[in-house]
Design a protein around this ligand. Structure first.
Ligand code: PDD
Length: 281
C-alpha cells in the first residue's frame, strides 16, 4: 500500500482527503517541487528546499516548515520501501482551505502540505536517440520563476506536442526561446553552451544550475543568453534538462533537424558528466 504525507501525517495514499475549499483546488494557489531520489540520496535537496522557500515567499504564503520536508521525504522513501530504487518525490504546499474569496484568507489559515513518492524508471531510449519537439508560443504568465501548481498552459501545450507526435514543446516569447513545458532548454554552437538567463520567464531549474556548474568546472564556455527562433538553423545541438529526464537530447524542432539531426558530442559529454556526478555520491 502506498503511503503519502498530508498535513503532518503519514497515511495510506487513498485515504487522503483534500478539502473542496482548498485554495490549491479552487485557485491553483500553491507551489510545488519534484525531487529525484537516486537509490540512496536526494539530488540537490538543498537546491529544491531553497527554491520552495523562494516560491512560498514570492506568493506571500507564510509557512516555516519547509526545512522539515527533507525528513518527510526520507520517511516516505522508507515507508514505501524505495530505499534502493530510483524514485521521484512530489511536494505541494497550498495556501490552505478557506471559504472561496480571491483575497488571502484573513486571518491566515494553515497551509495544506502534501507529498508522495513514486518509483521511477529512466527513459534511456530518449537519452540515447534524442527526442523530437514542437515549437509553440509561450502562453504562460510572466512569473515562470515561481514553481506554481498553475500549469494549465504547460499541460495544453505539452498535450498538443504529444498529439503532433513529439515528446516536448519548446516555448518562445515573440521569437525568444524560453524553456520547455517541464524542462529547461540548452543549445550548443561552436562548442559553447547557450541557455536562457535566469529571469521571470523561466524556472531556474535545479538540473540547469548543476549543468552550468559542471560545464564551468570542465572549461566549457557558457553563454547565458536567449537563443531566438531565427538562430535555430545555426545551432549544432540542443538538449532539455529536468529532474526526471536529466539530460535529454533534442534532434528535431518543429520537424527540422537540430544540427545534423543526431545527438551531438557536447550533449553526450554533459550526459556523461552528469551521470558521473550522480554515480559518485
Ligand atoms: N518540472 N522548467 C519548467 C517549466 C519545469 O516545470 C521544470 C521541472 C524545469 C526543470 O527544473 P528542475 O531541473 O528543477 O527539475 C524547468 C518538473 C520536473 C515537473 O513539473 O515535473
Amino acid at each position: 500500500m502506498d503511503i503519502s504525507y498530508f498535513n503532518g501525517q503519514y497515511l495510506p495514499h487513498d485515504d487522503i482527503k483534500i478539502s473542496p475549499d482548498d485554495r490549491g483546488f479552487l485557485f491553483a494557489d500553491g507551489v510545488y517541487e519534484v525531487v529525484r531520489w537516486y537509490g540512496g540520496f536526494f539530488f540537490d535537496m538543498e537546491g529544491h528546499i531553497n527554491r520552495l522557500k523562494r516560491s512560498i515567499n514570492e506568493t506571500g504564503m507564510i509557512w516555516d516548515g519547509v526545512d522539515q520536508l527533507t525528513e518527510v521525504a526520507e520517511t516516505l522513501i522508507h515507508h514505501n520501501e524505495l530505499g534502493d530504487c530510483c524514485a521521484l518525490i512530489y511536494i505541494e504546499v497550498t495556501r490552505g482551505a478557506a471559504k472561496r474569496k480571491h483575497s488571502f484568507p484573513d486571518p491566515a489559515v494553515e497551509p495544506t502540505v502534501y507529498a508522495f513518492v513514486s518509483r521511477f524508471g529512466m527513459d534511456t531510449l530518449a537519452w540515447e536517440r534524442g527526442i523530437t519537439t514542437s515549437l509553440m508560443p509561450d502562453i504562460r504568465w510572466s512569473r515562470c520563476d515561481i514553481k506554481s501548481i498553475s500549469l494549465l498552459p504547460n499541460v495544453l501545450a505539452y498535450q498538443q506536442a504529444l498529439d503532433n507526435g513529439n515528446k516536448e514543446v519548446i516555448f518562445h516569447r515573440d521569437g525568444i526561446i524560453t524553456e520547455a513545458s517541464h524542462s529547461n532548454v540548452f543549445f550548443v554552437r561552436d562548442g559553447s553552451l547557450y541557455t536562457h538567463p535566469e529571469s521571470n520567464y523561466i524556472l531556474s531549474g535545479i538540473t540547469r544550475k548543476n549543468i552550468l556548474e559542471l560545464a564551468a568546472s570542465n572549461n566549457i564556455n557558457i553563454v547565458e543568453e536567449a537563443v531566438t527562433t531565427d538562430m535555430l538553423p545555426y545551432m549544432h545541438e540542443a538538449f532539455l534538462a529536468n529532474t526526471s529526464g536529466e539530460i535529454t537530447p533534442v534532434v528535431k524542432i518543429n520537424g527540422n533537424d537540430v544540427g545534423d539531426g543526431n545527438v551531438g558530442e557536447m550533449t553526450r559529454s554533459i550526459q556523461r558528466l552528469f551521470r558521473e556526478m550522480v554515480g559518485k555520491r
